[in-house]
Design a protein around this ligand. Structure first.
Ligand code: UFG
Length: 330
């Protein structure tokens, strides 16, 4: 029986596939390679190049593979892009999830682990954020993820499906082997952009706003290692396979770091001065996002292994310094 990983050639998907294979699981990956990379797919996983909105292709894959559970990462995930192209986000994120749920129910597959995001909360009412806090996304990306959660929730009620939605905070770092890592084009995330400076691809890093109500005026985020996120998916899947109920969990370290602290830690890890310059605020950035992941720890037994920013950045640096241009090809 295989675990079907949709979006298994992307950043968090590829790391989850590595952890699944490491744990001795049989894995089949589906990815349209629009933003993912064939090279990121573990050689022991079976690979199907397909778009999950293509129901006929998805149906054939469900016919070929004996699927015991699905992990769904296949979605567009850039906040800025979602504001410029909202309909593309509805098409890919909701259209893809709709086709997936239709094919899962048609093929009698009833267990789903799903990538959600801290962006479903929008500007938080308090930190640390709890799963029951108000969902009020401030961008189209977060809105589509909230809608995906809801679509899955209604389908689950009607069709006897069980699911776990995992709301990630700031995913970062790379596999400790240095073979896979973060590669977005264009890159918008802080840590890979900071590391482009010592990698010789950028002269300086811009700090988007230093007048937030935080300890040094820059935004606070909860950085969580991608391998820890990957482990949480396996725990979530295993809870469903063991008969567990549908649920939703935050995934973060529960500790916030400012933009300046991230840059300073990157200087220590890389030994490079990394010049920084303050720039205007980026629209839509909340001042602070910090998770309470107590529920994932209590109910899934999740224990993030990377709780030191230095260690997280060291794995990211190992990847970026060895692959300054990312993967060689799609
Ligand atoms: N930042 C800079 N300079 C840069 C890039 C980012 O100062 O060049 C700052 C941002 O303003 C923000 C922090 O670094 O304060 C982190 O920014 P990222 O873009 O790395 O991450 P975000 O917190 O904006 O986004 C993350 C996830 C999204 C998710 C969002 C929820 O990557 O998928 O949290 O709000 F939607």
């Amino acid at each position: 029986m295989a675990i079907l990983v949709l979006g298994g050639a992307g950043y968090i998907g590829s790391h989850t596939v590595y952890e699944l294979i490491q744990a001795g699981r049989e894995v089949a990956v589906v990815d349209n390679l629009q933003t993912g990379f064939r090279e990121a797919v573990h050689p022991k996983a079976r690979f199907h190049q397909a778009d999950i909105r293509d129901r006929a292709a998805l149906s054939r894959i469900f016919d070929q593979e004996k699927v015991e559970g699905v992990i769904h990462f296949a979605a567009s995930s850039q906040v800025g892009e979602s504001m410029d192209h909202p309909l593309q986000y509805y098409d890919n994120n909701l259209g893809g999830t709709l086709a997936l749920l239709q094919e899962m129910t048609a093929h009698g597959v009833d267990k789903l682990v799903f990538s959600s995001t801290a962006a479903v909360y929008g500007e938080p009412e308090r930190v640390p954020i709890l799963e029951g806090d108000t969902l009020s996304p401030t961008n189209c990306y977060g809105e589509t993820k909230r809608s995906m959660e809801r679509m899955i929730g209604w389908a689950a009620r009607a069709h006897g499906l069980r699911y776990v939605a995992l709301r990630y905070f700031n995913a970062c770092g790379a596999h400790p082997s240095g073979t896979i890592g973060e590669a977005h084009n264009p890159e918008t995330h802080l840590i890979p952009l900071v590391l482009q400076v010592p990698a010789g691809r950028r002269e300086k890093i811009l700090i988007f706003g230093d007048d937030y109500p935080t300890k040094d005026g820059t935004c606070v985020r909860d950085y969580v290692h991608v391998s820890d996120l990957a482990q949480a998916h396996i725990l979530a899947l295993d809870s469903l396979l063991a008969g567990g109920e549908s649920d939703v969990f935050n995934l973060g370290n529960g500790v916030g770091f400012t933009v300046r602290e991230v840059i300073e830690t990157a200087r220590q890890v890389t030994g490079h001065p990394i010049p920084a310059q303050v720039a205007p605020r980026r629209p839509g950035d909340p001042a602070q996002l910090i998770a309470s992941s107590q529920k994932a720890m209590d109910k899934l037994g999740w224990r993030p292994r990377y709780n030191r920013l230095e260690d997280i950045l060291a794995t990211a640096w190992a990847w970026h310094s060895a692959h300054p241009e990312g993967y060689r090809s799609r």
